[in-house]
Design a protein around this ligand. Structure first.
Ligand code: DGT
Ligand code: MG
Ligand code: MG
Ligand code: MG
Ligand code: MG
Length: 253
C-alpha cells in the first residue's frame, strides 16, 4: 500500500517510553478540590461518601489493568503502582498516564450517584496526573509511607481544627492560632481533654487512607483460587505490614 505524502508527520512523534525495570507510580489528584468539596457539601474534615467514591473509582482502574500491583488513596488523590516488569503500552508514559487518569475520572463521575444520593454533581471534576519511577524496593515502600504519613499529619490537624470550630465554637482564625506551633501530642491532648475524643478511635479510613491489593482466595466448594481486590486501611509505617505483604515488591515482580 502506497504511503501518502503526509505520512512523514508521524516522525515528529517523540518516544516517551519509561526506563525499564523500575516501579511505575501514577498519581492522580483532584484539581481545586478545596472548592469542589465546598461546592458539593463534603462534610468536614472527612466525607465518607467522597472517600468511598474515590476507592470505588480506583477499584475499577485496578480491575482493568492487571499489571497494577497495588493502589493507595487518601483525600483527593490516588497512587497506582505498576509492577517492575510491566510491558503495558511498551511502557509509554503518555499512554499509561492518560488511560489511568481517564478511567479513574470517568468512573468517579459514572458512580457519583451510588455514593452521593441526593447530592447533584454540579460540574465535571478534573484530576491531574503524574508519573514517577522508583528503582528500589526501599524507594517504593518509602513512597507509600510518605503518602500515608501525609494523611496522618493532615488528618490530625484537620480533625482538631474542625473540632475546635464545630464543637468549640472558635472561628477558623482562632482555631488556626490555637494550633499554631502545636505538635501531634498537643493535638491529641486538645481532642481528649477538651472534647473527650480519642483520636485513635477515629475511623481507620480517615486516619490511614485505603490500600487496594489483589488477594488470592479459594472459591467456596470449587477449591480453585481466584483473585479479588480488597481494600484495607492498615498502617504501612509499621514493619509488620511489610512482613505480611513482603511478596509485593520482591524483585521477581
Ligand atoms: P490542587 O490539587 O492544587 O488543584 O488543589 P486542591 O484544592 O485539590 O488541594 P489539595 O489536593 O492539596 O487538597 C485536597 C483538598 O480537597 C483539601 O483542601 C480539602 C479537599 N478534600 C479532600 N477530601 C475531603 C473531604 O473528605 N472533606 C472535605 N470537606 N474536603 C476534602
Ligand atoms: Mg495540590
Ligand atoms: Mg487536589
Ligand atoms: Mg490532594
Ligand atoms: Mg485509537
Amino acid at each position: 500500500m502506497a504511503k501518502s505524502t503526509f505520512e512523514y508527520v508521524k516522525t515528529f512523534e517523540l518516544d516517551d517510553s519509561l526506563l525499564p525495570n523500575t516501579w511505575i507510580v501514577v498519581r492522580i489528584d483532584g484539581k481545586c478540590f478545596h472548592k469542589f468539596a465546598d461546592d458539593h457539601n463534603f462534610t468536614k474534615p472527612n466525607d465518607e461518601r467522597a472517600l468511598k467514591l474515590m476507592n470505588y473509582a480506583a477499584f475499577h482502574v485496578v480491575k482493568e489493568f492487571n499489571e497494577l500491583l497495588v493502589a493507595y488513596g487518601q483525600s483527593d488523590e490516588y497512587s497506582f503502582i505498576f509492577k517492575k516488569n510491566c510491558q503495558l503500552y511498551n511502557r509509554r508514559q503518555s499512554k499509561l498516564l492518560t488511560t489511568i487518569n481517564s478511567k479513574f475520572t470517568a468512573s468517579y463521575v459514572y458512580y457519583w450517584d451510588m455514593f452521593f444520593k441526593g447530592e447533584r454533581l454540579k460540574y465535571p471534576p478534573t484530576f491531574d496526573g503524574r508519573i514517577v519511577l522508583y528503582p528500589t524496593e526501599e524507594n517504593i515502600i518509602d513512597y507509600l509511607k510518605w503518602r500515608q504519613a501525609d494523611v496522618h499529619i493532615n488528618n490530625l490537624y484537620n480533625t482538631t481544627f474542625w473540632t475546635l470550630i464545630l464543637k468549640g465554637n472558635l472561628s477558623p482564625t482562632q482555631a488556626e492560632k490555637r494550633l499554631c506551633g502545636t505538635v501531634s501530642a498537643d493535638k491529641n491532648e486538645i481532642l481528649f481533654k477538651e472534647f473527650n475524643m480519642n483520636y485513635n478511635k477515629e475511623p481507620e479510613i480517615f486516619k490511614r487512607g485505603t490500600v487496594l491489593l489483589r488477594k488470592s482466595v479459594s472459591k467456596e466448594n470449587s477449591g480453585k483460587p481466584s483473585a479479588v481486590i480488597v481494600d484495607i486501611h492498615d498502617d504501612m509505617l509499621k514493619e509488620k505490614f511489610w512482613h505480611k505483604h513482603s511478596y509485593l515488591f520482591k524483585n521477581s515482580k
